[in-house]
Ligand binder design. Structure first.
Ligand code: CP3
Length: 345
């Protein structure tokens, strides 16, 4: 159903999945996570990664699984390893600053990310065609941001300085990341990923012109190759200004954060793409009544067709599992606009 919605075919109701559904909110996830020494070992363990990939399908009833991994596996595969520091986030020992640093980056053919494809194959087996599996990568700009900055940041000013002061070097880096990502995503598809999402989590720190030149250009490079095989979703967080440009991309689905008005997004994007989103993850802190009310409003604003229900960004770790499940159930309950009989008539 979710794949049909991505392609713009008729569906009986809006399908739903949640960004960051694998991990974060499920006690069942934390129990599996505890078996690994650290996050990176966990990501590199195909059996455990497959297990937590399937958990939200069984526990929350979502209409798609997303492979448990991280966007930062690409920098690592290109020669910049990272650590995931508990309660802090990613940290890179080596960062990018000079031509020499960029020359040393390898374009991966994807073969050093075998553990991801193994996890995909195992998860596909366990899913047994119940729901599709989403593969993913980070947008080249978002990855460059971490590779230059060396960690998370509110402003990513160091990474932006790199774009403003060394644009040629930035373009060389972005091209290497894009080529690596294409190889990586095609191998994910080969292993069984049915749809690909590109996360441009830091799109919103760029100006519209900078986003077009340094981010969208490279997402499109990836999208043009991968969309020959499976539908692709572009999610440029906080970059509503980029929607008019994304309209011309080869992606099938456009992810929206909660700052965007659904009807306005539809006007800009037109009717040839599916929209995905866009509930505020903080809505899930509200009462059950409020969640139901706002979810209904969201469903009405998007309509049933060419729509995939989701949040406008990832689940927050302290969200109650019952509220998450309730949100998923509300989508299923309220997005029916045709009875199955009418559909099959
Ligand atoms: O969606 C899913 O549930 C699949 C798994 C997934 C993870 N990371 C697992 C993870 C996905 C799709 C990602 C993508 C990702 N990783 C993004 C893009 C999406 C977004 O949220 O904007 C980004 C920016 C990252 C980088 C990253 N990974 C950060 C900043 C952090 C630390 C803080 C945080 O978000 O929790 C991570 C760690 C991480 N990646 C965790 C998980 C489940 C938490 C670590 C843990 O369980 O120990």
């Amino acid at each position: 159903m979710l794949l049909r919605a991505a392609k713009g075919e008729e569906v009986e109701r809006a399908p739903v999945w949640l960004m960051r559904q694998a991990g974060r909110v499920l006690p069942e996830y934390r129990a599996v996570r505890a078996k690994s020494k650290n996050f990176i070992e966990f990501v590199k363990n195909p059996e455990l990664a497959a297990e937590v990939t399937v958990q939200p399908v069984d526990i929350l009833g979502v209409d798609a699984a997303i492979i448990f991994s991280d966007i930062l596996v690409i920098p690592e595969a290109m020669g910049l390893p990272y650590q995931m520091i508990e309660a802090k986030g990613p940290w890179f020992e080596k960062t990018l600053a000079t031509q020499e640093d960029v020359d040393k980056l390898i374009i991966t053919d994807g073969s050093n990310l075998q553990y991801v494809y193994d996890a995909i194959r195992l998860a596909k087996k366990q899913l047994d065609n119940r729901v599709p599996l989403i593969g993913f990568c980070g947008a080249p700009w978002t990855l460059l941001a971490y590779m230059v900055e060396g960690s998370g940041s509110k402003t990513f000013s160091k990474a932006k300085k790199f774009l403003y002061t060394q644009p040629k070097l930035a373009h060389q880096t972005l091209e290497k990341i894009a080529k690596s990502s294409i190889n990586y995503l095609l191998a994910q598809v080969e292993a069984g990923a049915n749809l690909i999402q590109i996360f441009d989590s830091w799109a919103g720190v760029l100006s519209p012109e900078m986003h077009k030149e340094f981010s969208l250009k490279y997402m499109n490079m990836i999208c043009d190759e991968v969309s020959k095989k499976v539908p692709v979703t572009i999610f440029a967080k906080d970059a509503h200004f980029a929607l008019a440009e994304i309209k011309n991309s080869s992606c099938s689905v456009v992810g929206l954060d909660w700052s965007v008005n659904p009807q306005e997004a539809r006007k800009i994007i037109g009717s040839n793409k599916t929209l995905q989103g866009n509930a505020d993850p903080c809505l899930l802190y509200a009462s059950f009544d409020e969640i139901e009310k706002q979810t209904k409003q969201m469903l009405n604003a998007f309509g049933k067709d060419r729509y995939i229900a989701n949040l406008g960004h990832g689940l927050y770790p302290d969200t109650e599992k019952e509220k998450v499940k309730f949100f998923v159930d509300c989508i299923k309950k309220h997005s029916y606009t045709k009875t199955p009989q009418t559909l099959h008539a």
